[in-house]
Design a protein around this ligand. Sequence first.
Ligand SMILES: [Zn+2]
Ligand SMILES: [Zn+2]
Length: 195
Amino acid sequence: MNKCPIDERKLIQLGLYKNCKDYPDMEIYYCPCCDIAFMNVIEQSQNTMVQWRRVDGELKLREQDQHIKSKYGKKVWEVRESNLYRWVNEYIQTRAIAGEYGYGSGTGSYCPNDGSKAKIFEATVIDSGVKIRIIWCIWCKEGNLYCLDKLYGWEKVAKVRKIQEERYEAVELYETGSRMQYSESWIKTINLSGS
Ligand SMILES: [Zn+2]
Ligand SMILES: [Zn+2]
């Protein structure tokens, strides 16, 4: 997991440029907690991380980071910077949208194993108010469990499998940017009838 250099929270990787003949490799990140975009420029395994901070509602490359532009031609730089703005905006606008087009929904509403249309089960955990959903495959008898965070949107938190009739178990847990963790009570909250 790539961590934000400011608050150590999970960074969302939005883009990657590799093996361009004339320019160093580049990775684009965003920290939802800091609302800062990062560009990591990699030259001979040397990393330079520059930041776009929000000024009057717009992300702006910091004054002390402007030097990074000189490593790229003017045209190349303009395209990459406008992609950075677009990707950050898309992330912000879609992170909380559940379903096929939602950022956090990963593979969407299809089973990653066999591509069949998955069932979606949703619930709100009563004590915490956390919204959860399972993208479930009736053929594999398993699904991915997601939870919704205000900053990180929908994040995959566990893989769940049907062990026997009305018995489900998390068989794999995933680290989330929101630091929300799977709890057994979640699977009991969701009505999985028809699974
Ligand atoms: Zn941060
Ligand atoms: Zn399946």
